[in-house]
Design a protein around this ligand. Structure first.
Ligand SMILES: Nc1ncnc2c1ncn2[C@@H]1O[C@H](COP(=O)(O)OP(=O)(O)OP(=O)(O)O)[C@@H](O)[C@H]1O
Ligand SMILES: Nc1nc2c(ncn2[C@@H]2O[C@H](COP(=O)(O)O)[C@@H](O)[C@H]2O)c(=O)[nH]1
Length: 401
């Protein structure tokens, strides 16, 4: 936290109009949201490779660096900023790959308000914009040994381009065939506790004597691959995700009987007798909570593995579907570094400056934000970006937008 030189801040503020941010200092934009001015990008620190955020509080006259949650966007040659609905700022990056040009800086969404309260500091959160209707993440829960991992492995094998696994962090030791970064991020407790304190986790819980948690990044990485995220987490974690702003589908897997659950745990042969006893004790509570309503949308009994897998596929609308490749982004447009933005209702017009027209594929782009879904933690879905052929449509064509 530090005081801003008065002149500098006045310069920035004088360039603002009606909540729209204009270019101010190098690649920095300023956006006013009630009594705060968000200064985005363009810090003097050349070592910074990500877009930085500072907040000038006009009531107190202080310039602060907030805690920034979510993966930060990479610096680019130029960006524009538009305030949307008083709770998030849309950042349009120029000279960026088509799947990296729209980002949201959430400044007062439900997630940000929750985090501000729990971390007791000023918070903002980045969420990347994703084109189209990406599907909701899937939370799979159930007692240890019921077959969650087995079912998820089958799904990922049959539909490798459709689903991605959220790699959790855990403080437990790796099993013989487990790989760091693939099955789990195996982590020291102190490191994980610090990351939790820093707001890096969507959820975490003490499970069977160890700490487990889903980082925000683990979910974002999967969304960035254009895949649907699968979380394998315990009931406490499912409850936390249910209470969070992440919209997901919650599935609870039950064993056909308690004896069968014990048999599977023993036959897996990965735990000591003491650990098996602990997992079975916890299973009783998990089975009660999982089936008592309020958390899960669907309950599946994993008796016969193939039958349960077919039910899972049916529930996810995958019956008769053959694995597809991820949606191609090749048809998407390249935005120029120098552009201006204006907002008409829920449509953002991105206008290429004359000097850049030759470099850009089109002169005018429209970003439709009327159907936004999701947001931090995770990605903001439902964006629609398209180029408008102004020469063909002329002024009339633009009016129709
Ligand atoms: N329907 C089934 N019938 C018989 N055995 C099964 C069935 N489903 C899974 N198994 C076996 O049960 C054992 C436990 O399965 P799995 O490791 O997938 O459970 P899990 O729910 O992921 O456990 P954990 O929560 O401890 O990670 C494995 O050896 C697996 O092969
Ligand atoms: N709350 C969370 N629970 C998690 C997470 N990752 C895994 N788990 C659950 O832990 C138990 C035990 O797993 P194991 O690999 O040690 O057998 C199991 O029920 C998992 O679902 C997490 O990130 N958060």
């Amino acid at each position: 936290m530090g005081e801003a030189p008065a002149l500098f801040v006045e310069d920035l503020l004088s360039e603002n109009t009606n909540g729209f941010a204009l270019k101010s200092k190098g690649s920095q934009t300023t956006t006013i949201v009630s009594d705060k001015t968000y200064l985005i990008g363009g810090t003097d620190d050349e070592s910074t490779s990500t877009i930085e955020v500072q907040i000038f509080n006009r009531s107190t006259g202080q310039l602060i660096v907030p805690k920034v949650l979510g993966t930060k966007p990479k610096q680019c040659k130029g960006h524009s900023a538009v305030l949307l609905n008083e709770d998030r700022i849309l950042i349009v990056k120029g000279d960026s790959s088509p799947d990296d040009c729209t980002w949201f800086l959430e400044v007062d969404t439900k997630f940000v308000r929750q985090q501000r309260e729990s971390l007791e500091t000023e918070v903002v959160a980045w969420s990347k914009g994703i084109r189209g209707e990406a599907e909701k993440p899937i939370v799979i829960s159930g007692p240890s040994g019921v077959g969650k991992g087995t079912l998820i492995a089958k799904l990922m094998k049959e539909f490798p381009s459709m689903f991605g696994f959220s790699v959790s962090h855990t403080t437990r030791a790796p099993r013989e065939k487990e790989k760091d970064g693939v099955h789990y991020h195996f982590t020291d407790r102190s490191v994980m506790e610090k990351a939790i304190k820093d707001g890096k986790f969507l959820e975490f819980a003490a499970v069977h004597g160890n700490l487990y948690g889903t980082s925000i990044e683990a979910v974002e990485v999967v969304a960035d691959e254009g895949k649907r995220c699968i979380l394998d987490i315990d009931v406490q974690g499912a409850r936390s995700v249910r209470a969070s702003t992440l919209e997901a589908i919650f599935i609870f897997i039950c064993p056909p009987s308690f004896d069968e659950l014990e048999k599977r745990l023993r036959e897996r042969g990965t735990e000591t007798e003491e650990q098996i006893q602990k997992r079975l004790r916890n299973a009783k509570t998990e089975l009660e909570q999982g089936q008592s309503g309020g958390i899960f949308d669907h309950i599946l009994v994993n008796n016969d593995l193939e039958a349960c897998y077919e039910s899972l596929k049916k529930l996810l609308g995958l019956e008769g579907i053959v694995s597809t490749t991820p949606k191609s982004l090749s048809e998407l447009v390249d935005l120029p570094a120098v552009h201006s933005v204006s907002k008409i209702d829920q449509k953002i017009l991105i206008i290429c400056r004359p000097a850049e027209v030759d470099k850009a594929s089109k002169q005018l782009f429209v970003l439709d934000v009327s159907a936004l879904k999701g947001g931090a933690p995770g990605r903001t879905r439902g964006l629609n970006l398209y180029a408008v052929d102004t020469f063909a449509n002329g002024v009339d064509g633009m009016k129709q937008l």
